[in-house]
Design a protein around this ligand. Sequence first.
Ligand SMILES: Cc1ncc(COP(=O)(O)O)c(C=O)c1O
Length: 373
Amino acid sequence: MSADFVPPIRSDLTGVASYGAPQLEVPARLNVNENPFSLPPELAEAMGAAVARAAIDLNRYPDRDAEGLRQELADYVAGESGVEVPAAQVWVANGSNEVMHHLFLAFGGPGRLAITFDPTYSMYPEYARDTFTDYETFERTDDFGIDVGAAVEVIGSRRPTLVLLTSPNNPTGTALPLSDIRTVADAALGAGAMVVVDEAYAEFRHDGVPSAVSLLDGYPNLVVTRTMSKAFALAGARVGYALVGDPRVVETLKVVRLPYHLSAVTQAVAVTALRHADVLQAQVALLRQERDALSAWLIGQGFTVAPSDANFILFGMFEDRARVWSGLLDRGVLIRQTGPDGWLRVSVGTPDENDMFRRALLATTSPDDDQPR
Ligand SMILES: Cc1ncc(COP(=O)(O)O)c(C=O)c1O
């Protein structure tokens, strides 16, 4: 290695640290909103068999447009949200991260603006940076909703090409009323902007909370992104997808994706998971119950809790949240220091992990806590 070689790194990337939450081997890992349950053995076996079948043809490139998987996703959404979306209006990629990256490549770019409402998912500014898209955020309201009147004004005055709405939102867990999404989508339609509703946590929403998928029919500028990382317990497989109001959006995403972006192995695994969706839905039901029980417990203990339609809870308020975070870690429970100052976010774990979290939190926040800091 030559000592005087300086790699010609883009100036805006110099010194920038890569994204990533700690990956620590502790008894309760409740920091990245994963599904805490391993896959049921019969599903893991079925995936193994599907991968073995796909392996024979790995000398060939995969189905470039993942036609079979996109149809399976359309069928799943029809069952889950009661909305029929043609496969031509479904896109799939390596995690909803990559779907969002494709959306920025297609609808962002130099001289274009993406807007969203903070606090929200911390990856959005990175997609903007990578695609040379300008990025502006506007404050959410005190209850972590969106002031739609202000949003409509901003869309009219700032003229973004991308408006990102996250619902249920990360890190707050709060879902947006459909009427708010509709109002923003109307304003965006008038201003020629795309609206992306990031529904990574859709399956955890309470009964009666509608998905923005139900709006797709009326809005050619609407995109709803989803993921198999959470409800399908498939974070390790990297599968995310989008449902779009206009098939031309999918045709454009095909232009910007890398060739053969989704491996045959990934496609085989995802199709198998979708065919076992009912088994996984039982886990989701349990996680929703655990979430509501944990929220109620936190409130009962005197904490402030943001109402969550996701598989995590934002709670507080702490004068020194770093101290609480490290006190929990000392006790084997890893959560996330994120969101506005004073708040912490815990992912809903298995019943045992949630108990561990409850005990650790009480021990950490009780006045006679004697753990080292
Ligand atoms: C709001 C939101 N969107 C998207 C993602 C990305 O999910 P994935 O790339 O695993 O599909 C996450 C992950 O935590 C998220 O919280």
